[in-house]
Design a binder for this molecule. Structure first.
Ligand SMILES: CC(C)(COP(=O)(O)OP(=O)(O)OC[C@H]1O[C@@H](n2cnc3c(N)ncnc32)[C@H](O)[C@@H]1OP(=O)(O)O)[C@@H](O)C(=O)NCCC(=O)NCCS
Length: 395
């Protein structure tokens, strides 16, 4: 059996960080110590746990603090990552014990939600996580957007280095956090990772002095590819301004690759646009984000439709219990169950699927994440209607 404890600051170097290169990088590799030390500031307030046996770190798991919008509630969210076990200690339960301990400690420090990129989704589904839809990439020649160059649009796009535009970029991300389901906002010490390489441009669309869209991007060479990490906007005009800005790169780059949310339809951006829109899920290289509720409190006061239902959450250390959800009035009221309403039985992953809006009650049942009688399914469908979470970035 191993002991689990939290590590802070430089202590990470001789403990948790000893496991990272082998688990996540190309190894063996010279220069690893200096590279790891340079990463320390980006782990500053991470909640890092290690499992030790005979004074040696055999496994680790960590989480960074963030915020996420769940149906209008802006909540403390923990981004879990850096889960690694030494190869000679795998399949002994270290990873599982660390996950349970991390969940409990994150809940104690007021986190309501947790997300992670899974190496092994079935493992994390047992820990209450559900997969969210993957963002798409749209690939097209900039000339395909040329018709936009002839359109009169009120507003301007400015272009600057990401370091100069960083405050604007962060302010816009924060604005989206308060307005868009699924939007996330990471702590400053994590976001600062974009500043060190400073290898991005930022295009900012402004109308009447208000920022209505931002686009971080990079150009890999003359005649090459303009790659945009995320298309963020609040209005159709904001998006049109940014797309027109991309069109202005005709004859400079041959291809634009832009990451868009799952409910964006690039083929509708312009008449006759030649575009390939795709998403490839692969493990562990291209996983969709998974998410869970750490507390039922995440749903209290959330925007919802009408409906009343009781749920019993099963097989989960944090959420197990019976609750009454009432959507009368448009925000969710949460109570202990009184045994008076239609009742559904849910795993934590099934509940996460409904709360994040990515699963219909019928899908919860067919995926084996709950038992929901038809009458309770009808209530849940109106109470927690389907939604597409907009999640960008790797935290
Ligand atoms: C992923 C990783 C962290 C798992 O750590 P671990 O300590 O082996 O995890 P656990 O022992 O708790 O569970 C792993 C599996 O062993 C099984 N297991 C746990 N205890 C066991 C035991 N005593 N005997 C047999 N199997 C056991 C678990 O049920 C689980 O099975 P599954 O693969 O069918 O789901 C480890 O393999 C690793 O470091 N991989 C490389 C890095 C990585 O992918 N990290 C994840 C990125 S977030």
């Amino acid at each position: 059996m191993s002991d689990i404890r939290r590590v802070h600051g430089d202590e990470r170097l001789g403990t948790a960080f000893t496991l990272y290169p082998y688990a996540f990088d190309a190894t063996p590799s010279p220069g690893t110590d200096a590279e790891l030390r340079a990463l320390l500031p980006y782990h500053r307030d991470n909640h890092t746990l290690i499992a030790e046996r005979d004074g040696r770190t055999v496994a680790t798991a960590s989480a960074f603090p963030a915020q996420q919008n769940l149906r209008g509630n802006v909540l403390p969210m923990a981004g879990i990552g850096w889960v690694a076990t030494h190869p000679d200690a795998r399949r002994q339960g270290h990873g599982s014990r660390l996950m349970h301990r991390l969940h409990a400690e994150l809940l104690d420090s007021n986190h309501r939600l947790a997300t992670l990129y899974p190496f092994h989704p079935a493992f994390y589904e047992r820990f209450g996580y559900v997969g969210l839809p993957l963002n798409r990439t749209a690939t097209f020649p900039p000339a395909a957007l040329a018709p936009l160059l002839a359109v009169e649009l009120p507003g301007q796009v400015t272009q600057q280095g990401i370091a100069d535009g960083f405050a604007t970029y962060r302010a816009f991300q924060h604005h989206l956090l308060t307005n868009r389901h699924g939007a996330t906002y990471t702590a400053d010490y994590r976001a600062a990772r974009a500043l060190d390489p400073a290898d991005r441009w930022l295009a900012t669309a402004v109308v009447d002095g208000t920022v209505v869209g931002v686009l971080p991007y990079r150009i890999d060479g003359y005649g090459g590819t303009l790659r945009a990490d995320e298309l963020l906007y609040t209005t159709a005009l904001g998006r049109a301004l940014l797309l027109r800005f991309l069109a202005a790169h005709t004859h400079q780059v041959s291809t634009v690759v832009i990451t868009v949310p799952p409910d964006e339809y690039p083929e509708a951006w312009a008449t006759g646009l030649t575009v390939r829109t795709e998403a490839e899920t692969a493990f562990p290289t291209s996983p969709p984000l998974m998410a869970r509720l750490l507390s039922m409190e995440a749903l209290r006061g959330a925007r919802c439709g009408p409906g009343q239902v009781e749920i019993e959450v099963v097989d989960d250390r944090l959420l197990a219990g019976r609750y009454r959800l009432d959507g009368t009035g448009g925000t969710l009221h949460l109570d202990t169950a009184a045994g008076t309403a239609k009742t559904a039985t849910l795993t934590a992953a099934g509940l996460a699927g409904l709360a994040y809006g990515v699963l219909d009650p019928g899908e919860v049942v067919t995926r084996g994440l709950g038992e929901i009688p038809d009458d309770a399914a009808e209530e849940l469908r109106t109470l927690l209607p389907r939604l597409t979470p907009h999640v960008f970035g790797k935290g």
